[in-house]
Ligand binder design. Structure first.
Ligand SMILES: Cc1cc2nc3c(=O)[nH]c(=O)nc-3n(C[C@H](O)[C@H](O)[C@H](O)COP(=O)(O)OP(=O)(O)OC[C@H]3O[C@@H](n4cnc5c(N)ncnc54)[C@H](O)[C@@H]3O)c2cc1C
Length: 421
């Protein structure tokens, strides 16, 4: 395909982009081999077209990205987190964390290598808990990148922060579940082949055993994508959208349940643990890119009085604070990744809660400082900053709002002091 490059005046010259997030003490031999290859791929294939892609509707960008996905596969870079037997690179969490940062320095890095949310979380979940038939039909094409998926749990009428309360029901009748409910913020529902739906299969059961996770193909009669919700002025489309969905008498085979009936809440916790660390890794990559844009703007902005912005103490403070905060966030995330690798995500619950709110906060601060440093330009769509500002404000809300994680971490700590709840 012939690409027509839009000249974007204010972005960083490509030769100045020199990211290297590999931390020597955590760099395995495998990572040392794969890291430079993925770095080269991102630099050559994605940075040069990222602004152009952002300025076109996603479904058009997806055609170009499809070519990049094929290239990534050919170069052996596909889905690094998957086991080698599944076509991936078999990386540990701590290895993937460092690659994930790198991929996140450009908006479509994860998508191009098939490690994007929500698919990555659905893949991990189905890998562990789906039946062989469901794996064959849904998981395998998902791992190959032939289809996309979505995760449909949050509802407009119920507090998503406490997912045990929910209105959607799945009633078993004649070997089929009949699903009725209203969901929203189902990310990437538009164009997905199937949704993993959280629904009450036993509304009278204990709160933690009421719900199940059920696969609903999006072409099921009664599946209605009502709209892509406009978020901060942008409804988006395809992978870059958040759907509001009405399920009306959707019938699916009883065998579409993932794991046991009634295990939905448990599985959601299991899915969200690694999911949260995936977000944190990504946010650090975004921080690094925003940081680099901020520094570059500061040295290049002539203030008209013989100084440039980089000579102003406030800007220097932002640069120093951002550097320290990003470094702190990185080590916290790598530590959490190490604990997940060594002891599993349940044991790392506190570390995951801590990074979820800590890194989201740093992301907000760094993006805001970078925008402020750019002045009016920072608000425009001529740099990557406004895209990330729009898309990542949700970081403090999705997969558990800050307040919930802080409260859960504090309660866990206070338990050691004898406090019961
Ligand atoms: C960009 C984005 C993508 C998303 N993608 C998905 C998806 O793919 N699938 C899906 O199912 N859902 C998705 N969600 C939904 C998300 O998981 C929920 O928004 C989140 O769980 C919060 O639920 P809520 O919006 O209903 O807020 P509420 O539960 O109504 O909470 C509102 C606010 O109350 C405060 N609060 C809540 N609980 C407490 C507490 N215990 N203590 C103190 N304060 C508290 C917090 O500040 C919180 O932000 C997405 C959301 C966003 C923003």
């Amino acid at each position: 395909m012939q690409l027509h490059f839009v000249r974007v005046q204010f972005t960083l010259p490509m030769e100045d982009i020199q990211f290297n997030f590999m931390v020597n003490i955590f760099a395995s031999e495998r990572l040392k081999e794969i890291y430079p290859r993925i770095k080269k791929f991102v630099e050559q294939e994605l940075y040069p077209i990222e602004m152009e892609l952002l300025h076109m509707p996603f479904n058009k960008a997806a055609i170009i990205l499809q070519e990049k996905r094929v290239k990534a596969k050919q170069q052996g870079l596909w889905a690094p987190y998957l086991a080698e037997a599944d076509g991936g690179l078999g990386l540990s969490m701590i290895e993937f964390a460092q690659l994930s940062e790198l991929l996140a320095t450009t908006p479509f890095g994860h998508y191009t290598l098939n490690c994007q949310a929500p698919d990555i979380g659905n893949i991990e979940l189905m890998h562990k808990h789906a039946s062989p038939v469901l794996k064959e039909k849904y998981l395998h094409p998902l791992m190959k990148g032939e289809i996309r998926s979505c995760f449909s749990m949050t509802e407009p009428g119920y507090a998503g922060s406490n997912p045990v309360s929910m209105g959607t029901t799945a009633i078993l009748e004649g070997g089929e579940y009949i699903i009725n409910g209203h969901k929203w913020f189902t990310t990437a529902a538009d164009g997905a082949r199937f949704a993993i739906v959280m629904a009450n299969t036993n509304s009278n059961g204990s709160p933690y055993e009421r719900a199940s996770m059920i696969i609903v193909p999006t072409d099921t009669k009664g599946f209605h994508l009502k709209r892509n919700i406009s978020v901060m002025g942008e409804a988006g489309e395809g992978y870059l959208s958040h759907g509001e969905i009405v399920y009306t008498n959707c019938r699916v085979p009883a065998s579409n349940v993932i794991g046991n009936e009634g295990a939905g809440f448990l599985l959601a916790q299991e899915r969200l643990g690694p999911g949260r660390i995936h977000h944190c890794m990504r946010w650090i990559g975004i921080c690094e890119r925003a940081f680099q844009l901020m520094c570059t703007r500061a040295i290049n902005r002539d203030m008209g009085d013989g100084t440039n912005l980089a000579q102003k103490q406030t800007i220097q403070n932002w640069i120093a604070e951002s550097r320290a905060e990003i470094n702190a966030a990185r080590y916290m995330v790598l530590h959490a990744a190490h604990k997940i690798d060594a002891e599993g995500s349940k044991a790392a619950r506190n570390e995951i809660s801590a990074i979820k709110f800590f890194v989201a906060d740093i992301l907000m601060k760094v993006l805001d400082r970078a925008i402020q440093t750019h002045g009016a330009l920072g608000l425009t769509d001529d740099t990557l900053l406004s895209y990330w500002y729009r898309h990542e404000r949700g970081a403090r809300i999705y997969d558990g709002p800050d307040e919930v994680h802080k409260s859960s971490l504090a309660r866990s700590i206070l338990k050691e002091y004898g406090v019961k709840k």
